[in-house]
Design a protein around this ligand. Structure first.
Ligand code: ADP
Length: 721
């Protein structure tokens, strides 16, 4: 029975529930009795026998049923989310769902009852009842019955979009009764569709751009490999290899960007934290882009606030990634001979901790305000032609923004089309020590400097930096001005000259010869240039150049250089340090085990390690590495461990080696050498007991650096028990 519901499921007191149940049962019994009586009366055709009570009971049931029906209709009208209107065959409003109130803009729709459609439209001007919809509804009502049928129309208002169905309906006798107008709000649906379509277009464009970005260097790699293979000319082979190296680096950059972006999209980009030397990080970055600056003959100036601490605590690699991206863009979008400046400043904030503000400005093509608003979104470039003309994935700035935000800062652009661009970002940092970065020059007695450079930015740099080192400094824009200044110094001559190599009228080497003549070989000449020293070394040293500094100029390099020039003992120390650094690559008498399953990778690593003098022994998987180590644990001075290998991976092999029962197991340095380069990959390697991690493709310099740190006395003594 319908009311056979256990008391546990209803929310009224037990006695009331029992009473209700009784009543319902009685009503049901009564209804069944009445139904039986009626059936008998109808069967016997004894209508006159219907007594007054039966009539009353029957009426009660009929009224009850009617009320029930009305209640259902009301429920429908109240709860239906779609606005629905019913008009009769004379276009009078009959009924509407509750949601029609928002369409008409009134609280009580009962006041519309009996009003004509036209008068409602005229009085309330509901935006959705456009002329087109109103006349379509009227047409459905007043047209010949033969042309009546379901009609659909889409109506847009300023804020919404509806799909409207006009549904004619008939009475029981088949006569036309009126129309039901159903309005389905499709605003959100259309928006989602649009977003999905845009996403699909962006994805399509992205795939085609990526395909282009990846195929172009692949084409160069394959093409140049073929040329090199078929050529017998050593110089040509060298040329091809250079091109292959460049294209491979570019391809690696594209792949890294895509991987970073997919991490960002999955919300999985995380920062690591370590203490690093801020200025060294900047030098590494500038080394990476210097060749582009040189290629385009651009001026590149780096200035740093003295108050930036020497060591700062943070994610060095990610910070370098942002700066590299901005500098790469700056060189890319600045024509030949343009100027790029990088300025880093410290912004103290006692409440929230100090902030670094880094600004990369260029004199390039600039960006319009409309383009600026889109550039930090993935895959966006300033305009459609950018990809064709300059290449690029359109991911760099989106990645940079995410990194900067994770570092607690923000990034923005100041630019005008045709007038260069200025990208500025801030990050919060923890000072690694309290020492200011710039130290005074050790010995400055009698030191006077003349800096000669045709770039006003470089001259300004010298005028700013030298006073902070405690040194008097003049500047000259070319060789003639320099000679003029020099000839007018009688009693207090310049002792150190910083001279740009490439200058109009008289280049740096010619000027050096003149100065050496005038000063009778007494002045110290330091050549500054973006060019490779090896390109000019022979001519420059013959002309009397004493030292060379690569541009952009960093305060600590200038300071060290001046110290070395003025203090012979320091110079010697400098030389010793260089010698020690070079020695770091010398591992004669040592044995390295390399666990690597891929043959070509074994070949590459063998080639890279060959110059170190160490003996190389290969294991072809993790299990073999473990066995080889167990057989002769003291044989190996270092283990380079690939991670993904058949039989046993690098993690497990490391764990087994570390847990073996011999002294070497705890101390032998194990370096992961893997293409898994994300932060958690590095952490996993360290957790497995490895000392360090280098990413594939292997960068030879990085490998030497890592060897240097792992095989230093301190690291070698590390204990992993
Ligand atoms: P990519 O350089 O790989 O295209 P980015 O996200 O680094 O990707 O840059 C997006 C776009 O921003 C570039 O394609 C370019 O249109 C514009 N842009 C970035 N930096 C500069 C700049 N210094 N001058 C002019 N336009 C720039």
């Amino acid at each position: 029975m319908a009311f056979d519901v256990s008391h546990e499921y209803v929310n009224i007191p037990k006695d009331e529930y029992d009473e209700l149940l009784q009543k319902l049962k009685a009503a049901e019994v009564e209804k069944n009795k009445l139904a039986r009586e009626l059936r008998t009366i109808i069967k016997r055709n004894e209508i006159d026998k219907l007594n007054i009570e039966t009539h009353a009971a029957l009426n009660k049931i009929i009224t009850g049923e009617k009320q029930k029906q009305e209640m259902y209709v009301r429920l429908l009208l109240e709860s239906c989310p779609d606005p629905m209107f019913i008009f009769d065959d004379a276009a009078n409003f009959l009924l509407g769902t509750r949601s029609t109130r928002s369409i008409i803009g009134i609280d009580d729709i009962s006041i519309l009852q009996g009003r004509k459609l036209d008068s409602i439209v005229e009085r309330y001007c509901p935006p959705v009842f456009t002329e087109e919809l109103t006349s379509l509804v009227k047409e459905s009502i007043f047209s010949e019955s033969g042309t009546k049928g379901k009609k659909y129309i889409e109506v847009s208002t300023e804020t919404s979009k509806y799909q409207v169905t006009i549904l004619p309906f008939d009475k029981d006798d088949g006569e036309f009764a009126g129309v039901l107008v159903i309005m389905h709000d499709i605003t959100e649906l259309m928006r989602s569709k649009e977003i999905a379509e845009q996403a699909s277009i962006a994805k399509g464009e992205f795939l085609s751009r990526m395909s282009h970005e990846m195929r172009t260097p692949m084409n160069a790699i394959i093409g140049m490999t073929n040329i090199a293979k078929n050529s017998h000319d050593a110089e040509k082979k060298e040329y091809c290899l250079d091109k292959i190296a460049g294209a491979s680096r570019h391809l690696l950059g594209v792949i890294n960007d895509i991987l970073d972006m997919s991490k960002i999209e999955a919300n999985k980009l995380e920062l690591s934290s370590d203490t690093f030397v801020f200025e060294n990080m900047l030098m590494d970055v500038t080394n990476v882009i210097n060749f582009r600056v040189e290629e385009k003959n651009q001026t590149f100036v780096v200035t740093l606030d003295d108050t930036i601490p020497e060591h700062i605590h943070g994610d060095e690699l990610r910070l370098a990634q942002v700066i590299t991206n901005l500098l790469t863009n700056a060189t890319k979008f600045t024509p030949e001979g343009g100027t790029i400046t990088l300025h880093a400043k410290n912004i103290p904030d006692p409440e929230n901790g100090p902030m670094l503000q880094i600004e990369v400005a260029d004199t390039g093509i600039g960006i319009s305000p409309e383009q600026q608003s889109r550039l930090f979104t993935s895959f966006e470039q300033a305009d459609g032609g950018t990809a064709r003309k300059y290449g690029g994935t359109g991911l760099g700035l989106a990645i940079s923004r995410r990194i900067v935000e994770l570092m607690g800062g923000k990034i923005w652009i100041e630019s005008e089309l045709g007038h260069g661009a200025r990208f500025i970002f801030t990050i919060r940092y923890e000072p690694g020590d309290a020492k200011p970065r710039v130290k005074r020059v050790v010995s400055k007695d009698g030191v006077r400097i003349l800096a000669v450079d045709d770039s006003p930015e470089v001259r300004e740099y010298f005028t700013d930096i030298m006073p902070s080192l405690g040194l008097p400094c003049d500047v000259a824009a070319d060789g003639y001005e320099a000679l003029h200044l020099l000839q007018n110094q009688s009693n207090n001559p310049y002792t150190i000259f910083f001279i740009d190599w490439q200058m109009p009228h008289m280049n740096g080497i010619e000027l050096t010869r003149e100065i050496k003549k005038i000063t009778m070989d007494n002045a110290i000449i330091i050549m500054i240039s973006v060019a490779e020293w090896s390109d000019i070394e022979a001519e420059a040293t013959q002309a009397g150049v004493d030292r060379f500094i690569s541009k952009p100029l960093f305060p600590s390099i200038l300071q060290n250089c001046i110290n070395e020039c003025t203090t012979p003992s320091l110079e010697e120390t400098g030389l010793q340090q260089t010698a020690i650094l070079q020695n770091n690559r010398n591992y004669h008498g040592q044995t390295f085990m390399v666990a690597e399953d891929v043959e070509i990778n074994r070949e590459i690593i063998k080639e890279i390690l060959e110059g170190t003098g160490a003996a190389i022994v290969f294991a072809e998987d993790g299990r073999e590495a473990v066995t080889m180590f167990a057989e002769q644990p003291d044989k190996y001075d270092l283990i380079l461990m690939d991670i993904q290998m058949p039989e046993m991976d690098g993690y497990e092999a490391t764990r087994i080696i570390r847990s073996s029962d011999c002294a070497a197991a705890k101390t032998v340095p194990i370096v992961a050498m893997t293409a898994n380069v994300f932060r958690e990959d590095v952490e996993r390697c360290l957790a497995a007991g490895m000392n360090s991690h280098i990413g594939k493709p292997i960068d030879a310099d990085m490998l030497y650096k890592t060897l240097g740190s792992c095989l230093s006395p301190k690291a070698t003594g590390a204990d992993f028990r």
